[in-house]
Write a protein that binds this ligand. Structure first.
Ligand SMILES: [Zn+2]
Ligand SMILES: [Zn+2]
Length: 609
C-alpha cells in the first residue's frame, strides 16, 4: 500500500513529523545551494525524501551530493530544528503562486497541474482542478504544500532525525525528464525509535537477498543477458523446483489440471483481452514475425482462455482449473530493477478457474484454503488479507456494477466462511474485477504483498466464453485468477531475506554436508552420501584438503542444515557425528537413525532440524 493511501498513517503524528522534516531538509539544502531547484518532498513509509536539481557540472552531468555534503546538510537540519520556528499555513491564488515560484520550474509545473486538476504536490491524482494552492512557511522557506505539518520545528526531535542516502531520480519517474538528486531521510518520535529503526535497517542490509543470493550461489545477473533477467544457478534452481513441486502436488490434490503455453502470442490476443493497449506502458514493443505482430506474453490468462475455448464446454466440465508456472515479461525502468524482487521476466504460479456463477463462492473458498495451506507450510503466520474493491466514482473499472457487487459479495462470504479477516480497500481492485491480496509480514516486520485471488467477469465477456447449462442453454462462466506465491522470483527473494538464507530443511539446496576428518575417511563419506541420496536427500561431500573445522565453518556459511562429521569411530559404528548450521554439536548417531529422522522432517516439511 502506498503511504499516501493509508489513512491512519496520514493522520498520525509521525506523518506530520516526516513531512515537516522534509521541508526542513529543503531549507537546509537551500542554505548551501541557493540556486537549487526544488521538486517534491513527500513523507514515505518509514521516512521522507526531497528531490533537488543542483544544475549541471562542467561536463554537462547532473551535480550530485557527496557523503560529506549529506553530513553537512544533516547537521544544518539539526540546527534549524532546534531554533524553534513555526510552520505557518497560508494560500496563494494560482497567479500569485506562479509569480512567487517563477524561478522554480518544477514547482511551476506542479502549479500548472494543480490548476488543471491533474496531480497534486505529491504526484498523486487529483479529482478536480484547484483555484488556490496551499503554502507552508517556516522562517524564510516557503513551499507549495497542503500539509499537514507539526506546529513548530522543535516538535521534531533533532536526535530522532537522520539522512540515510542519496540517489538519482527522474522528475516524474520519467527517464526523458531531468535527473534529480534525491535525499532520503528518516524521522521518528524519539531517539530510541530512531535507533531501533536503524538497527532494523542494518539487519535488512545483512539479509539483502542480492548479497545472500551471490554468497549462497542461488542466482546471477549477467549484464550480457540483461538486467532484470536473473539466471538461476543450480542451488537456486533446486530451491525453486522444490517450491514448484510442492505447489504442483497441492494443486493436483485439489483437482487442478496442468497446462503449458508459449512465451509469445499474437498482438490480437492481447487486444481481445484488453491487456493491449491498457497495459501498454508495461509491455515490450511487438515483434514482427512474417506479416504478423507478436508480443512477449505479459499475462497468462489469454492463453488459458484459448485452452478453455479449444472444445465446447458443458456445466459437467466445470469448474475447470488450469494451472501453469507461466513466465511473463513486463517492462520495468532500469532504475527500478532490484535482484529477484523487481525483474523484467518472471514466472507466475498462475491458475485460472472457469466456474459457473453458482460455484464462485465455493471455488473461492478452495483457493483461499490453498493459499492458507501454502503460507502455513512456509511457516508464515503473520499475514493479513486485503479486499480490493472498485471505486464507484472512477471510470477505470470495466464491467457492470451488478457484476462487481456479486464478485465482492462472493469474496466476502468465502472469507467469512474460512474465518479469514480482511480489510476492505476501495479503489484497489484490478480493472476487471475485485480481488483479495495476501500481505505477509516478515521477521523484520516488513510487509510484502504475495498471493492474490481475483474474480473476473470481464474476460469471459471479451472472449465470449460459454458453457452449456443443465437447461441446455448457453451460459457465461466466471473466471478466478490466482497465484499463491505471486511470482517465483519475488517469492524466492523474500524467502531468502525472511530466512536469512537458512531455509527449512526440505527447501535447502544442500541438506547435509559430509565432513571427512582426513582423506582416509573420504570413501566412507562417499558411501554414506550415496545411501542418503538414495533416500532422496541432497548431500555433498567436502573432499577438500581443508581441516575439519574449516569444512564445518564453510558449510555453516553456506547455511547447510546438517554437517555430518566422519572419522575412524563413525566408520567403525556405521555412524555420523551431527552438527547443525546453528553450531549445535549433537554427537554420533547411526546412519539409519539420522536418515529416518531427516527424511521425516523433509517429507513433513518441518521447520525443525
Ligand atoms: Zn509539504
Ligand atoms: Zn490471469
Amino acid at each position: 500500500m502506498s503511504p499516501q493511501n493509508d489513512v491512519s498513517y496520514i493522520e498520525s503524528d509521525l506523518y506530520k513529523i516526516r513531512h515537516s522534516a522534509a521541508h526542513v531538509l529543503a531549507e537546509a539544502v537551500l542554505s548551501f545551494y541557493p540556486e537549487a531547484k526544488l521538486a517534491i518532498g513527500p513523507p514515505i513509509e518509514d521516512g521522507f525524501y526531497y528531490d533537488f536539481d543542483l544544475g549541471k557540472d562542467e561536463k554537462g552531468r547532473p551535480k550530485t551530493f557527496s557523503p560529506e555534503d549529506i553530513e553537512k546538510i544533516e547537521n544544518k537540519m539539526k540546527d534549524l530544528l532546534k531554533q524553534n520556528a513555526k510552520f505557518e499555513q497560508s494560500a496563494m491564488s494560482i497567479e500569485e503562486a506562479r509569480q512567487f515560484f517563477a524561478d522554480q520550474p518544477y514547482k511551476l509545473e506542479l502549479i500548472d497541474e494543480l490548476a488543471a486538476g491533474k496531480v497534486d504536490e505529491n504526484g498523486e491524482p487529483l479529482s478536480e482542478p484547484v483555484s488556490e494552492v496551499g503554502i507552508y512557511t517556516q522562517r524564510d522557506f516557503v513551499d507549495l504544500c497542503r500539509g499537514p505539518h507539526v506546529g513548530f520545528t522543535k516538535q521534531i526531535k533533532a536526535n530522532a532525525v537522520k539522512l540515510l542516502r542519496t540517489g538519482g531520480a527522474y522528475w516524474r519517474g520519467d527517464e526523458k525528464r531531468p535527473q534529480l538528486q534525491r535525499i532520503y531521510g528518516t524521522a521518528w518520535e524519539n531517539r530510541v525509535e530512531l535507533e531501533e529503526y536503524l538497527k532494523l535497517l542494518e539487519e535488512a542490509r545483512a539479509r539483502d537477498h542480492r548479497r545472500l543470493g551471490k554468497q549462497l550461489g542461488l542466482f546471477h545477473i549477467s549484464q550480457l543477458v540483461g538486467s532484470g533477467l536473473p539466471l538461476w544457478l543450480p542451488k537456486g534452481a533446486v530451491l525453486r523446483e522444490n517450491l514448484e513441486g510442492f505447489l504442483r502436488q497441492a494443486q493436483l490434490e485439489r483437482g487442478y489440471l496442468p497446462v503449458i503455453t508459449p512465451h509469445i502470442g499474437k498482438l490480437e490476443l492481447y487486444i481481445t483481452s484488453g491487456h493491449y493497449p491498457y497495459y501498454k506502458d508495461s509491455q515490450y514493443t511487438p515483434i514482427d514475425v512474417d506479416d504478423e505482430k507478436f508480443m512477449l506474453k505479459p499475462m497468462n490468462c489469454p492463453h488459458h482462455i484459448e485452452i478453455y475455448k479449444s472444445e465446447p464446454r458443458s456445466y459437467r466440465d466445470l469448474p475447470l482449473r488450469l494451472a501453469e508456472f507461466g513466465t511473463v515479461y513486463r517492462y520495468e525502468q532500469s532504475g527500478e530493477l532490484n535482484g529477484l524482487t523487481r525483474v523484467r521476466g518472471f514466472t507466475v504460479d498462475d491458475s485460472h478457474l472457469f466456474v459457473t456463477p453458482d460455484q464462485l463462492e465455493e471455488e473461492f473458498i478452495g483457493v483461499v484454503d490453498l493459499i492458507q495451506y501454502v503460507f502455513n507450510t512456509m511457516g508464515f503466520d503473520d499475514f493479513r488479507a486485503r479486499l480490493g474493491t472498485n471505486d464507484p466514482n472512477s471510470d477505470k473499472y470495466a464491467g457492470a456494477p451488478e457484476m462487481w457487487q456479486r464478485g465482492i459479495a462472493a469474496i466476502k462470504q468465502a472469507a467469512d466462511k474460512v474465518g479469514m479477516r480482511y480489510a476492505v480497500e476501495e479503489g484497489e481492485a484490478a480493472f476487471y474485477g475485485p480481488k483479495l491480496d495476501f500481505i505477509f509480514r516478515d521477521v523484520l516486520k516488513r510487509e510484502w504483498q504475495l498471493g492474490t485471488v481475483q474474480v473476473d467477469f470481464l474476460l469471459p465477456e471479451r472472449f465470449d466464453l460459454e458453457y452449456t447449462g443443465e437447461d441446455g442453454q448457453k451460459h457465461r462462466p466466471v473466471m478466478i485468477h490466482r497465484a499463491p506465491f505471486g511470482s517465483m522470483e519475488r517469492f524466492v527473494g523474500i524467502l531468502i531475506e525472511h530466512f536469512n538464507g537458512a531455509f527449512p530443511l526440505w527447501l535447502s539446496p544442500v541438506q547435509a554436508m559430509m565432513v571427512p576428518i582426513t582423506d582416509r575417511h573420504i570413501p566412507y563419506a562417499n558411501k554414506v552420501a550415496a545411501e542418503l541420496r538414495a533416500a532422496g536427500m541432497r548431500v555433498e561431500v567436502d573432499a577438500s584438503s581443508n581441516r575439519m573445522n574449516a569444512k564445518i565453518r564453510d558449510a555453516q556459511l553456506q547455511k547447510v542444515p546438517y554437517m555430518l562429521v566422519v572419522g575412524d569411530k563413525e566408520e567403525e559404528d556405521n555412524a555420523v557425528a551431527v552438527r547443525t548450521r546453528e553450531n549445535e554439536n549433537r554427537g554420533a548417531i547411526s546412519v539409519a537413525d539420522f536418515k529416518a529422522q531427516a527424511t521425516t522432517f523433509i517429507t513433513t516439511k518441518s521447520m525443525e532440524l
